[in-house]
Write a protein that binds this ligand. Structure first.
Ligand SMILES: C[S@@+](CC[C@H](N)C(=O)[O-])C[C@H]1O[C@@H](n2cnc3c(N)ncnc32)[C@H](O)[C@@H]1O
Length: 418
């Protein structure tokens, strides 16, 4: 093999679908490599007397065929590609020799020098596979390859490495993107990529506003709150703006706080677009209803304390005839109540819950501007929350959490195991 060692490896993408691949050894290396081989559609036979529980699960699920025995000469007959990764040196050498004899490309986890193929560090981002191999003939450096791979994939995902799609540029239309609660790191990878590819972004006040500064200058950023509505209602005016920009052939992102379908009017916009025959993609987001309590150290569920959480809009008071909320039923629940848009009405809501039987001592936390640099938390009880919110000048946006989980923290004594 030494005469081959001075040359760099030749990169290639193997199309293994339906082709026999043999894996020798069922340990950690097989466990790491098998998912990609399965995803490639390979017809995989594992030859190994033992396997890790994860590899065994792949066999149980029928994703691989497992022959529970040592490698035997002839196992590589009709094989296109072999991964030799057992802890049995003699078996590895024998399998490797057979691979050489039968011209089967073969990776060896224990000795890259005698292998005829190397596995690159791979990553994927929206239709592209990034595969990195070191070309330094003086010695491979898999950690460096992995670091280069990570840097490229991360940059593709967050849009800092601009790689416009030529054949698959997103079709004109609208993406309803959930931007998460505010911290720019809490948008999804897909949301961030769509933002990077957008021509027009129509953004709400809530959500990751910082990301808008990073957009290239040609991107038109529109503040949804400032769209003039004239003869329309505000929401209709936003729908019209989405429709007009999409009709003009632009890739439009409608960037919303949290998740588009949690008090986000996402479906109203999707319906308006559907009525005009405009393609619409929905990208879920991390809703403030769970993430903002979490960022303030409050778990919305906790074993032995709360087995349910209910997310409620508090934008109208309990006695308002427009209210669709059954406050009496909520007062009977033992679990956690999470209120959005409820700062203004928290006094009336606390009163209604107590009137319907909830203890006035029930812990309450108000978390303002969660996940941002301005995040703050104010603690109270149902009896004191109105007064505390006023005294502390709590303002929207805030998530209000009601229930015993508010008192749970990292120092709370753990429950015994079940
Ligand atoms: C119109 S709702 C939109 C909810 C959003 N779709 C979601 O899933 O988070 C707006 C309310 O969400 C809550 N909210 C959103 N972002 C927040 C944040 N960063 N901190 C506190 N509350 C937030 C507040 O209750 C705010 O009044």
């Amino acid at each position: 093999m030494a005469e081959h060692a001075d040359h760099p490896a030749y990169p290639v993408g193997l199309r293994l679908s339906g082709r026999r691949v043999v894996v020798v050894g069922g340990g950690q290396v097989a466990q790491r490599r098998l998912p990609a081989l399965i995803a490639a559609g390979a017809d995989i036979t594992l030859v190994s007397p033992s396997a890790t529980p994860s590899v065994e699960a792949m066999a149980d699920a029928g994703e691989i065929r497992w022959e529970r025995r040592r490698y035997e000469d002839g196992d590589l007959t009709d094989t296109w590609y072999a991964l030799i990764a057992s802890d049995d040196d003699a078996a590895n050498d024998a399998a490797s020799a057979e691979a050489e004899r039968t011209r089967t490309w073969c990776v060896r986890s224990d000795n890259a020098d005698v292998a005829t193929a190397w596995t690159p560090a791979t990553g994927r981002s929206e239709g592209v596979t990034v595969a990195v191999l070191s070309t330094d003939a003086r010695g491979r450096d898999p950690r460096h390859s992995a670091a280069v791979r990570d840097a490229i994939v991360e940059a593709l995902r967050d849009g800092t490495l601009a790689a416009p799609h030529h054949r698959t540029r997103p079709a004109p239309g609208v993406s309803l993107v959930g931007g998460g609660p505010g911290d720019p790191d809490l948008i999804t990878v897909r949301g961030r990529r769509l933002l990077a590819e957008a021509d027009v972004v129509i953004a709400d006040r809530l959500g990751p506003r910082d990301l808008l500064d990073e957009l290239p200058p040609h991107v038109q950023v529109i503040d949804a709150a400032k769209i003039p509505y004239g003869r329309f209602m505000a929401q209709e005016a936003i729908n019209q703006a989405l429709i007009e920009h999409a009709r003009a052939g632009k890739a439009v992102v409608r960037l919303k706080g949290g998740d588009p379908f949690v008090f986000g009017r996402g479906m109203e916009e999707a319906q308006a677009l559907a009525a005009e025959g405009i393609p619409c993609t929905v990208v879920p987001g991390i809703s403030s209803s769970i993430s903002v309590p979490g960022a303030a150290g409050i778990p919305v569920t906790h074993r032995g304390v709360a087995h349910e959480f209910t997310v409620v809009s508090g934008h109208v008071a309990p006695d308002d005839e427009r209210s669709l909320v059954d406050w009496a039923a909520l007062a009977r629940l033992r679990g956690t109540l999470v209120l959005l848009m409820a700062v203004d009405k928290i006094g009336a809501i606390a009163k209604a819950l107590v009137a319907h039987g909830k203890s006035p001592d029930t812990p309450v936390a108000l978390v303002q501007e969660g996940t941002t640099a301005a995040q703050r938390r104010v603690d109270a009880t149902l009896a004191t929350v109105a007064e505390r919110a006023a005294a502390e000048d709590v303002r929207p946006p805030a998530v209000i959490v009601i229930g015993d989980v508010v008192a749970i923290g990292p120092d709370t004594a753990p429950l015994p195991a079940e």
